[in-house]
Design a protein around this ligand. Structure first.
Ligand code: ADP
Ligand code: MG
Length: 714
C-alpha cells in the first residue's frame, strides 16, 4: 500500500471513530488528504519581532516589551482598554473590547511581557486586538512556526482543535513511509522550474522554518495544482481537436476580397487584421475552430465577425450570428445587411417575433442554401431551423448563453461548424487560461482611431446641482442620457436609489424631455418597445437597471449616470460606460455614490476615473473581489475548487505551469491518446509516475470534472 493512499485510521492518534469524523467533516480519508489539507495561515513564534518591522499583511507574531500605560476609552459597546506597549524602540497599541476592567487590573506596567497577535494597520500605525499576553520567561524554549487549520464547529465541539490537526500532520510527516514518497511532478519540470521537491514542500507548508522556505513551499504546491489543471485542459482540447474534424475553408474568394478591396467602410485596425489572420489560420487546418474573441466595447468585433462569415461564404458555407437579445440581434442585422448588400450576400434576421410566414420562408432558404447568413436570437437554436451547410457560428456576448445552448448549434451540420465566441467583458489573463483554457484566444487590443475620450467623474449626493446642470446642458445640445439604478423599486431596508423613484424624479427635473424606462421585471415586449423609443431618439432619457448593459448602440447618447455606483463591480461599470462615447462628441460617465463611502470603495471607483482599459480594470476587479466573484468562474466553480493557488494573484505561476504542461504534452503525445470517445480516461497518463496519476485523479478528475463546464463540447 502506497503511503499517500493509506487509510487515515492507521495514523498514530486517529483510529476508527476519529477517522469517520475526519472523513465526514473535512473529507480527509487517507494520508494524502491530510497532508494536502493546508493551513490557511501561519503563526511565527520562532522569534520576537520589532514593532518597526511590521509591514503589509502579517502572520501572527510575538513582540517582547513593557506596557507604558493603560487607558479605558469610549462608552457602552465601544468601551475598550488600550494598552500602550513599547518594545524598547517603538510603540504600538494593544486593544481589548471585553473584560476591560479585569484586564486593566491584571496587567502591570513595568513587567516584561510577550504579546502574541496579528499586527493590523490602524490610522497609520499598527495595533494588536486581543493579543495573548504572557510574562516573559527567558527559559521558555522557542516555539517555532505553526500552521493554523480550518476545522468545523462539529470537530471543535468534539474537542478536535486546529492544534490537534497540526499534531496529526506531524505524525504523518514523521511516519516511516513519508521518507520514501515519490514526487508528484515530473522530474524534468521540478528541475527546470526550480521547484521545491514534494517532501520538503509538504514539511515546510505545515511547519515552515522561515518565511522564505514557506514561500517556496507554497509556490511549489501552487505550481503543482495549476500544472495539473493545465495538463488537463490542454489534453482535453487536443483530444477534442483530434477527435472532431472541422470543415476546411480552403480559399479566400470573391466575397472576402471583393468586400475588402471595394466595400470596406473604414481601414481595419492592426488588431482587427491580426485577429483575422489568426482565424484564417484555424480555418485551413481541418480542425474545428473554437476561438474566443475578446475586445473592449467599441473595438470593432462586428467587422471581424462579418469578415469571418465572408470566409465561410467563399467556401459555399452558411454562417450564423447569434446574439442574446432581440434588440442586439436586430442591431447586428442592420449593420451586417448594409455590408452584405454591397456584395450580393443574402442575409436574414430570425427572432422570436419574426412572423410565421417570413419564418417559413427563412427556414426554407436556410435549407436550400439561398440564405447565406442568418442573424438571430435563441430562435436559431430551435430544431426547426435546419441548414444546408452551416460552416460557422458566431456568438456575441457569450456569457449570456449557456453551454448547452451553444453546443446545440453544433448539431446543425454533419461536421461541427467553426465557433467564434465574442465577448466585450475582458477576461483576466489567468481566467482566460483556465476557465476558457481550452479555447484559443484572440484579443483586439486597439480601438479604431478618432475616438473621443469619455470623461469619468466621481460625485455624491451633495453635488446634485452640478450634475443636473451637466445633464441639462447635454440634453439641450440634443444629446441623450442613460441613468442606471441598482434597484427596480424602493426597498425600505436598503438606502439605495431605484428606477421607479428615479423615473418620477427625472420626469420632474427635465419636464421638456421624454423619458423611457427599462428594467428586468418588464416583459420582453414592453422592454423592447421602451428601448426602441430611446434608440430612435424619441425618448431622450433612459432610466434603467443594468439590463441595458449588453451591446446596445446609441451613438447620440453622451452621458452615462450610474446611481449608487458603489454597489456595482468594476467590470460592470466598465460595460455600462461603454454605452457612451460611440458618437463623435465628448461623453461623460458620472459615478454617483452615497456621501461617505469608505476608503476602499473610493479607491476602487478611482480606478474607473483613471483608466478606460478594460483589461486593467478586470485585473484590478479580480484582485479586489477575488476570482470567485468574476463572471465565468462563478458558473464553473473553478475558483472554489482550487486548493492553494489563487487566480487573482498567481498569474505568473500559472503562466509557467501552462508552459510546463505544454512541454510535457508535446514530449508525451501518448498522453492525449484516449480510450473511446471520452477524453478523460486516465489510461493515457502511464508515462508519468504512479503518484502523479493519483494526483491527477484526485486533484482534477474528481474535484474539477464535476464542477467545471469545460467548453463547448456536446
Ligand atoms: P464592439 O467590439 O463593441 O462590438 P463594434 O463592432 O460595434 O464594436 O464597433 C464599434 C464601432 O466602431 C462601430 O460603429 C464600427 O462601425 C466602428 N468601427 C469598427 N472598426 C473600425 C475601424 N477599423 N475604423 C473605424 N471604425 C471602426
Ligand atoms: Mg458588439
Amino acid at each position: 500500500m502506497n503511503f499517500f493512499e493509506s487509510d487515515i485510521k492507521y495514523l498514530k492518534g486517529v483510529g476508527e471513530t476519529r477517522a469517520r469524523l475526519l472523513d465526514a467533516e473535512l473529507n480527509i480519508r487517507n494520508f494524502r488528504d491530510l497532508l494536502y489539507y493546508f493551513p490557511f495561515r501561519h503563526i511565527d513564534r520562532s522569534r520576537f519581532y520589532n514593532i518597526r518591522e511590521f509591514s503589509g499583511e502579517m502572520p501572527h507574531v510575538q513582540v517582547k516589551g513593557r506596557f507604558i500605560s493603560f487607558d479605558i476609552e469610549g462608552e457602552g459597546a465601544r468601551k475598550r482598554l488600550v494598552g500602550l506597549f513599547s518594545d524598547g524602540k517603538s510603540l504600538m497599541q494593544a486593544v481589548w473590547f471585553s473584560k476591560v476592567n479585569t484586564l486593566k487590573d491584571a496587567y502591570k506596567t513595568g513587567t516584561d511581557y510577550v504579546l502574541f497577535g496579528k499586527p493590523t494597520p490602524y490610522r497609520g500605525a499598527y495595533n494588536m486586538a486581543h493579543p495573548e499576553v504572557s510574562v516573559y520567561n527567558p527559559d521558555d524554549p522557542p516555539k517555532g512556526w505553526q500552521g493554523v487549520y480550518n476545522v468545523t464547529d462539529k470537530l471543535r465541539r468534539a474537542g478536535y482543535s486546529p492544534k490537534y490537526l497540526s499534531g496529526l500532520v506531524k505524525n504523518a510527516l514523521s511516519s516511516p513511509g513519508f521518507a520514501s514518497i515519490r514526487d508528484t511532478m515530473p522530474e524534468e519540470v521540478v528541475r527546470e522550474f526550480h521547484l521545491m521537491p514534494l517532501r520538503e514542500a509538504l514539511v515546510n507548508l505545515h511547519f515552515p522554518r522561515n518565511t522564505e522556505l514557506l514561500q517556496k513551499a507554497r509556490e511549489r504546491m501552487k505550481f503543482e495544482e495549476l500544472f495539473y489543471l493545465q495538463l488537463h485542459i490542454l489534453r482535453y482540447a487536443r483530444a477534442r481537436s483530434r477527435r472532431i474534424k472541422g470543415v476546411i475553408f480552403g480559399q479566400i474568394g470573391d466575397y472576402f476580397n471583393g468586400f475588402y478591396n471595394r466595400c470596406l467602410p473604414f481601414e481595419l485596425t492592426g488588431a482587427q487584421k491580426r485577429v483575422l489572420r489568426e482565424i484564417r489560420g484555424d480555418m485551413r487546418t481541418g480542425r474545428q475552430m473554437n476561438r474566443l474573441l475578446q475586445g473592449d466595447v467599441g473595438s470593432g468585433k462586428t467587422m471581424v465577425a462579418f469578415m469571418t462569415m465572408l470566409m465561410a461564404a467563399d467556401n459555399s458555407f452558411q454562417s450564423a450570428l447569434m446574439a442574446p437579445t432581440e434588440i442586439l440581434a436586430t442591431q447586428h442585422y442592420e449593420t451586417l445587411r448594409e455590408w452584405a448588400e454591397r456584395i450580393g450576400i443574402n442575409i436574414r434576421l430570425l427572432t422570436g417575433s419574426t412572423r410565421a410566414k417570413e419564418r417559413r420562408e427563412i427556414h426554407s432558404g436556410l435549407l436550400d442554401g439561398s440564405v447565406h447568413m442568418i442573424v438571430g436570437t435563441h430562435a436559431l437554436i430551435e430544431d426547426t431551423v435546419q441548414f444546408k451547410s452551416l460552416g460557422l457560428v458566431v456568438i456575441d456576448e457569450q456569457h449570456r448563453f449557456g453551454v448547452a445552448q451553444r453546443a446545440k448549434m453544433w448539431t446543425k451540420n454533419s461536421v461541427p461548424p467553426h465557433v467564434l465566441v465574442m465577448t466585450a467583458t475582458p477576461i483576466p489573463r489567468t481566467l482566460a487560461m483556465t476557465v476558457y483554457g481550452d479555447l484559443d484566444v484572440s484579443v483586439i487590443d486597439e480601438l479604431p482611431p478618432g475616438r473621443k475620450p469619455i470623461t469619468t467623474i466621481l460625485r455624491h449626493d451633495d453635488n446634485r446641482m452640478e450634475v443636473n446642470r451637466l445633464l441639462g446642458r447635454e440634453l439641450q445640445a440634443g444629446r441623450q442620457v442613460y441613468i442606471v439604478y441598482p434597484l427596480i423599486s424602493d426597498n425600505p431596508k436598503l438606502e439605495l436609489k431605484s428606477v421607479e423613484a428615479g423615473y418620477e424624479r427625472v420626469c420632474g427635473l427635465f419636464p421638456g424631455y421624454k423619458v423611457c424606462c427599462v428594467h428586468g421585471r418588464m416583459s420582453a415586449d414592453v422592454k423592447d418597445a421602451q428601448m426602441q423609443k430611446f434608440i430612435s431618439g424619441e425618448a431622450r432619457i433612459l432610466v434603467a437597471t443594468t439590463v441595458i448593459e449588453v451591446g446596445v448602440n446609441v451613438p447620440n447618447a453622451s452621458v452615462m449616470l450610474i446611481e449608487n455606483a458603489e454597489r456595482f463591480g468594476l467590470s460592470q461599470l466598465h460595460q455600462l460606460r461603454g454605452r457612451v462615447g460611440r458618437g463623435a462628441d465628448k461623453s461623460y460617465c458620472i459615478l454617483m455614490t452615497r456621501p461617505n463611502i469608505g476608503g476602499d470603495t473610493r479607491k476602487r471607483l478611482g480606478i474607473m476615473t483613471e483608466t478606460t482599459d478594460g483589461f486593467l480594470i478586470s485585473e484590478a476587479d479580480m484582485k479586489l473581489r477575488g476570482p470567485g466573484d468574476m463572471e465565468g468562474t462563478q458558473q464553473s466553480g473553478l475558483a472554489f475548487a482550487l486548493n492553494i493557488a489563487n487566480l487573482a494573484t498567481d498569474g505568473q505561476i500559472l503562466t509557467y505551469a501552462r508552459r510546463a504542461a505544454l512541454r510535457v504534452l508535446n514530449s508525451h503525445p501518448e498522453l492525449v491518446e484516449t480510450q473511446g470517445s471520452d477524453p478523460d480516461t486516465s489510461e493515457g497518463f502511464l508515462p508519468l509516475s504512479a503518484d502523479s496519476i493519483n494526483t491527477l485523479r484526485l486533484e482534477l478528475r474528481y474535484r474539477f470534472m464535476k464542477q467545471v463546464n469545460w467548453s463547448l463540447i456536446s
